[in-house]
Design a protein around this ligand. Structure first.
Ligand code: SIN
Length: 304
């Protein structure tokens, strides 16, 4: 038994009374899925999680994505668990220091898109007692609903291209990231892919806007100029304050968010001496579009 306590804002709810390191019944998991669709971002406070437990819980939602940019930034024992951190040991970052530091949604650049991020806050930077390094979200249910009717009509059957390299190069060129340019082999393994601009959300059954400044490069059915103008409009529209929710971390929070109904960014408002350490599983939409999975979640049980 657990309680779902909504933030009362456009996104977000706290799940009280659930130890995610313990086995989760199918019924509880089905209820969590409904809460995830409805609130977009779920906070599970005061969790005590080893990497194995983080992986086990994450796998309930679908398959965990691997990395193409090297495996050194993953948990030593559990490679499905990524490490995000600005902590340096022996002259090297122990995790990815600048992951997600601008608006995007994970893995929209893949055929099978991202479904959820499961992010565990271990060390949270603080200055004068105030937590830094928050994660900000925008609701794509609300953004769709707020679109002018003529845009909804014009883009009803449109598709957009998403490109992994767009965000990667943006971080290198505009955010002074030290990440190297993608190799030809990495580029070959991540060609741009197309997805519908508007999508029926598999949990809520409502329409969401599925485009994001990080990866979306082109609306296929429009001319290049019209596509550029439309994307500029959509990116500005989806980031209006009224659709946004800033989440402030507390140590040992586990945060689970829905990539299909939100976009997000990590806030880089802390310095190199203010440590931030998180562990993450990026789960793909390998199961969520199966109505039986959403209805019962009985088939969600992953073999141990
Ligand atoms: C991410 O984009 O997955 C990282 C979010 C964060 O570190 O707050």
């Amino acid at each position: 038994m657990f309680s779902v306590i909504p933030t009362g804002k456009v996104l977000g709810a706290t799940i009280e009374g659930l130890d995610v390191a313990q086995p989760l019944s199918d019924g509880d998991f089905a209820e969590l899925l409904q809460a995830l669709g409805r609130y977009g971002v779920l906070r599970f406070p005061d969790q005590h999680l080893e990497a194995t437990a983080l992986k086990r819980f994450s796998e309930r939602f679908g398959e965990i994505q691997g990395s193409i940019s090297g495996s050194s930034q993953h948990d030593r024992d559990v490679p499905e668990v990524g490490v995000l951190s600005n902590v340096v040991e022996n002259g090297r970052y122990i995790g990815i220091p600048d992951a997600g530091q601008d608006w995007h949604t994970d893995m929209s650049y893949r055929d099978v898109m991202g479904f959820v991020n499961v992010l565990y806050g271990i060390t949270i930077p603080r200055r004068n007692g105030r937590a830094l390094g928050g994660t900000e979200f925008a609701s794509m249910h609300a953004a769709y609903e707020g679109l002018p009717e003529e845009v909804k009509t014009r883009l009803r059957n449109a598709t957009a291209l998403h490109d992994f390299e767009k965000f990667w190069e943006h971080m290198r060129q505009d955010q002074a990231s030290t990440r190297p340019a993608l190799t030809d082999e990495q580029r070959r393994r991540r060609p741009p892919v197309a997805h519908p601009v508007f999508m029926t959300h598999p949990i809520t059954g409502r329409t969401v806007l599925y485009a994001n400044p990080g990866y979306t490069i082109r609306i296929n059915e429009l001319s290049e100029r019209e596509s550029d103008e439309m994307l500029e409009f959509l990116f500005a529209h989806q980031l209006q304050n009224t659709y946004r929710y800033l989440y402030t971390w507390t140590e040992r929070d586990l945060l689970v968010w829905d990539h299909l109904g939100t976009i997000h960014r990590a806030i880089a408002d802390y310095g190199p001496d203010e440590s931030r350490l998180m562990k993450r599983c990026q789960v793909m939409a390998t199961r969520i579009f199966d109505p039986a999975f959403v209805r019962g979640a009985g088939s969600a049980q992953v073999p141990a």
